[in-house]
Design a protein around this ligand. Sequence first.
Ligand SMILES: [Ca+2]
Ligand SMILES: [Ca+2]
Ligand SMILES: [Ca+2]
Ligand SMILES: [Ca+2]
Length: 460
Amino acid sequence: MRVLTVQGPSDTTFAEGHTGEVARYWVADGGGQRVTPDGWEALAGADRGKLSLAAAGTDSAALSFKTAPDYEVPADANRDSVYEVSVQARQGPLRSAPYPVRVRVTNEDDPGFITFAPATPKVGGTVHATLADEDGGAGIVASKVIEDSDEGHGWHWTPSDALDPCPPPSGASGAVSLLGDCYKVPASAAGRRVRVLVRYDDAHGPDKTAEDSTGVVQAVPPGPPEDVETDPGDERVALTWTEAEPNGAAVDRYEHRHRISSTLSWDEDRGWNTAPGGGAARSDTVKTLDNGTSYTFQIRARNAKGYGDTVEVSATPATVPDPPDLSAEPGDRQVALTWTAAPDNGAEVDLYEMRYRSRSRWTGRDWHPVDGEGAARDTTVTGLSPDTTYTFQVRAHNRVGYGEPDSVAAAPPNQKPVCTGPETPSLAENGSRQVGTYTCTDPGDAITWILKGAQAAACS
Ligand SMILES: [Ca+2]
Ligand SMILES: [Ca+2]
Ligand SMILES: [Ca+2]
Ligand SMILES: [Ca+2]
């Protein structure tokens, strides 16, 4: 009786990650002579679906994987990366016995892959890189990647400026994902790709590398204008700022708008004002405002990607106070001054000052602060000369500066001399000739002594 026997390797190996012929089989008759079969039966066995058998040449057949096998991700029935099939041939009415074949997939050094999240980063955002190497499994652990060595193991980013630590990428642990690193994308990376190289060890040995680049880094709207300051003036507020971070696309304009602070929402109809100077603008002045009213201002920058965040500041335009209304009440060698509150023109009066003069020269120190700060309403100037006309001035101050003074003239009246001495002196006969001593004072005037009366000629 004729017998057909399949011959060829029954236990063979095949490297993971490859395709192509695994092994070749042929048929012998009972005498050991190679014969040409009429055909080959479909593969049998647990893993028949993963391999194929095709005639190769006139009398043999080639066994191949349909897709490249992966050692770490086995597709065989019992997941041990040993694929079990049986090969069978026929010739006429004869069938060979099924010929069992075991293909053991070998563990090769898989390349490492880097994935980025997001794949296309934006300026100012973060990009996570995650390394995966299938050889990891139990063989690669996070500690095998040693950070912070320019030449050695670890993550090496390009550009490398502004490398900030970020939270680890989610899902970075597990059987095949090794670990990740995080990179804060600087504005200098706009329009370029962020590249990363990682050196690491895996189960196959040390000093493996993986390298990849992100998509082109996208610019984003600019940052807010920096160092925004206000300088309130007379019915106007000057705004100044420093350059907004362009975030990868040049700032082409700065805009501002304002509203009265006590109105709680923006009047969208009023719109934004563009500061002159385009992207180089660093200041603008808002005019025709009301002194003493608080205004809220918003400033923002624009680039090709849109408007950045706004900065909000408040200021109250103001000018120096108006003059107070000054009055004078002359007294004995003094003048009492009173005044009404000076209109503050938008900034609280915090000081009143006074000065005075006789004739053309201001006396004493120039301006004297009056006690009481902004609440002061009067002061008295003493030590003045009678019958002398003085000019007094009072002015108010606020944070903007000094207002114009109000002036008033006054003269302390001349006072009569004040005299002391005996009214009815007596004198002993033949005694001293001095009757009494008289003292008179009259500040500012010379004393002239005059004797009057019927007996004046008898005295001196
Ligand atoms: Ca693999
Ligand atoms: Ca198996
Ligand atoms: Ca492998
Ligand atoms: Ca590897």
